[in-house]
Design a protein around this ligand. Structure first.
Ligand code: NAP
Length: 435
């Protein structure tokens, strides 16, 4: 009998695991399960709406989903609708590919104030994720502080400052573009606790910030070192040099008529968020970097703002039945192995770092581990899973169903946009009832 495999999570890590198993030539029956009716995880709800090219990778995932050995079950949440332990009873192999959906805690006084909005929710909001469509971030403010200088921080700063024309060909949620374009935002401050040498953004993403129609990058030249110091691999050194060169170019950009600013505030460690009930400012301590670490100088300053978005990295949601490493915020695992017949890939395995392609080796490794364990193919898998769904009255969404939702989203798109996403699960299911 085929080895029954349940992959929980249909983002890149899930699909690359499926692909590696299919390519291995082993006799497998793979079920990819997602809590949303829509597949592709962060490709749909994490990648910025104006990065359409990045989303094209979904076409490769579609091919995998259409393989006759693969089935997609959307709208089923493992850990809520069906326990992890039940899945392990039903399938020879369970692979967790659920990513990291929570925000890392900023852990400074004032983090609980109204107007502090974690980036996981904020990105989900502008990307039309059903869990975050009602987030209502307070964008009736001129100043926004984004904490962190990684690629997610850059995504947020860019989406907040692009013009309607620049966002016209994107799939940003309508409600989000309405609020963003109607907001009085004049300045986005991206605050890094360390300096430009330690910034986590990549150069392509950084360079985009110098080409915005109505927004100028602001960099204090005094924050830029003359050369790259410290221990770095050759590759990292080249990347840092490119970033430094780009930041130097930013110094010489004349804002001209551009009405908005993105400030690169390096050496700024947030120590408190100020306000009574709502955020009014962020208090920072000026830092210097010693041996790669941010060290406080005892000098403090404040940036007034009405919205703070900590973009300081993600954290995986603990799931019952999955041993969890609280400190690292991911499943307790050894190179992807959790327990016999139980594996993990992607951010739940290694934490929230790396690009989409970084998930590919995870999938390859998981397939190797799985096949090295010689699973016998003696558990019922799909047949029993479908029976359980029926027993629990769960309306699972198949890949053919998703294709209908997809077609409806594309048909509903505004001029120039690739799609208009449904942002309520009920609306997605209505499409299926109608046709
Ligand atoms: P990240 O790259 O790890 O950056 C997190 C940032 O938050 C860093 O600047 C970090 O500073 C800062 N930070 C962490 N804890 C902090 C604290 N307590 N106080 C102040 N600052 C703090 O994470 P990310 O931006 O969430 O990105 C996650 C992964 O997705 C990355 O690998 C990223 O490249 C990838 N991604 C890629 C793209 C793209 O390719 N276009 C887009 C989005 C995301 P320290 O360095 O000092 O810790």
């Amino acid at each position: 009998m085929a080895i029954s495999v349940a992959i929980v999570g249909s983002g890149p890590a899930g699909f690359y695991s499926a692909e590696a198993l299919l390519k291995s030539g082993a006799n497998v029956a793979i079920d990819i399960i997602d809590c949303l009716p829509t597949p592709y995880g962060l490709i749909r709800s994490g990648v910025a709406p104006d990065h359409a090219k990045t989303k094209n990778v979904a076409r490769a995932y579609e091919k995998i989903a259409l393989d006759e050995r693969v089935r997609f079950f959307g709208n089923v949440e493992i850990g809520r609708d069906i326990a992890v332990s039940a899945m392990r009873d039903l399938y020879d192999v369970v692979v967790l590919a659920v990513g990291a959906s929570r925000d890392r805690d900023l852990g400074i006084p004032g983090s609980e104030l109204e107007g502090v909005v974690g980036v996981a929710g904020f990105v989900g909001w502008y990307n039309g994720h059903p869990d975050f469509r009602d987030l209502a971030p307070p964008l009736d403010t001129e100043n926004v502080v984004v904490i962190g200088i990684g690629n997610v921080a850059v995504d947020v700063a860019r989406v907040l400052t692009k013009t309607p024309a620049e966002m016209a060909g994107t799939d940003i949620a309508d409600y989000a573009s309405t609020v963003i374009f109607g907001s009085p935002i004049r300045a986005v401050h991206m605050a890094g606790r360390r300096g430009p040498l330690e910034a986590r953004f990549t150069n392509v993403e950084l360079r985009e910030m110098g080409r915005l129609e109505d927004c100028a990058p602001i960099v204090d030249p005094k924050a830029l070192p003359k050369e790259v110091t410290g221990e770095h691999s050759e590759r990292d050194r080249r990347l840092i040099e490119r970033n430094l060169a780009t930041l130097r170019e930013f110094v010489s950009i004349e804002p001209g008529k551009r009405s908005k600013r993105v400030h690169f505030d390096f050496f700024s460690n947030p120590v408190e968020i100020l306000g009574n009930t709502n955020v009014e400012a962020v208090k920072f301590e000026r830092t210097i970097v010693e041996n790669g670490r941010a060290v406080g100088t005892g000098k403090f300053f404040e940036i007034p703002c009405g919205l703070v978005i900590p973009a300081i990295g993600y954290y995986s949601q603990a799931i019952e039945g999955v041993p969890f490493d609280e400190r690292a915020g991911r499943a307790a695992n050894k190179d992807g192995f959790i327990d016999d017949g139980f594996y993990c890939v992607g951010w739940i395995k290694r934490g929230p770092s790396g690009v989409i392609g970084s998930n590919k080796p995870d999938g390859t490794r998981a397939a190797e581990l799985i096949l090295e364990s010689f699973p016998r193919g003696d558990k019922p898998g799909r047949r029993a899973f479908e029976a359980l769904l029926a027993e629990k009255n769960i309306r699972a969404v198949s890949f053919a169903d998703w294709q209908k939702i997809d077609a409806a989203e594309i048909a509903n798109a505004g001029p120039g946009a690739p799609r208009r996403k449904f942002t309520r699960i009920a609306d997605m299911l209505t499409v299926l009832e109608e046709g």
